[in-house]
Design a protein around this ligand. Sequence first.
Ligand SMILES: O=C(O)[C@H](O)COP(=O)(O)O
Length: 333
Amino acid sequence: MTAAAATAHHAIVSTRSTRLWNAKNSRFDKNVCLVSVGSCCPGNRKLGLLCASGSQSSVTEPVQQPSNGKGDHSPKKSKESSLILIRHGESMWNEKNLFTGCVDVPLTPKGVQEAIEAGSRIRNLPIDVIYTSSMVRAQMTAMLAMMQHRRKKVPIIMHNESEQAHSWSKIYSEDTKKLSIPVITAWQLNERMYGELQGLNKQETADQFGKEQVHEWRRSYGIPPPNGESLEMCAERAVSYFNDQVVPQLTSGKHVMVAAHANSLRSIIMHLDRLTSQEVISLELSTGIPMLYIFKEGKFVRRGSPVGPSEASVYAYTKNLAQYRQKLDSMVQ
Ligand SMILES: O=C(O)[C@H](O)COP(=O)(O)O
């Protein structure tokens, strides 16, 4: 691991443990130990790789093509699927340390690099459908990351905002469709609305209102910034969307990537890992770091962040991932 990768890897901070989500029973039913790289310590609050060994399952074809991303799923041999969550790369307002929220700003050159680096980490992982927020920084991140993917499918933004937009963007070749990945954009995955903090400098705001107050606005679950959304309010739309749209894709065996934002993803991770409103306070997501979950039999198992494209343990997570990787290796590139 390079020093930069190690820093980035350790920059994701989570809480002590997570549990397996049982969608059927709508509950979490088993604790899972999260460890930092190279150790397995329940007291360690850094998020890294799981110490559990990979599960076994039957082979899933790596190439799966949803027709419209909203249903119409072809039957699969195995229902195991993977979920990649990624916060966008550094934006031009991250760089300036400004509260951004729902202001739609693009990536910096560093953010572009982070997205490309993220893409190289996940370049051997299966991805059938991509969800992004409606904001350009998340969309840029998803697109740049996909440029690195070894399968070389083309990510294509679905335009379903009107019947005309839908019909005018129709693809008339089945072969070409098979070589594309639908990208579904959803405002529900947008960054939490930061209210009257949007555009303000974070340090100056802390100087003015006090560090504790600003930390409460930024990290608490229930307290909204002035005229903005609390994490709880953000969760209401982001987690509902995730459950309504993303989970059915995973259930049908599709491999999904979600490119979104610090707080929309914090709310989703809080839900997946069943963090309490106290625990979520210390959940920090770095820009441009992908995180992998395996979804199987209605349960989410967090597998950490792939450090590099060839990291052996990522592909040992499950037999399916290993086989997908092998298929990529055997394909003429
Ligand atoms: O919207 C913003 O300003 C950032 O993307 C996230 O901000 P935070 O670190 O205060 O949650």
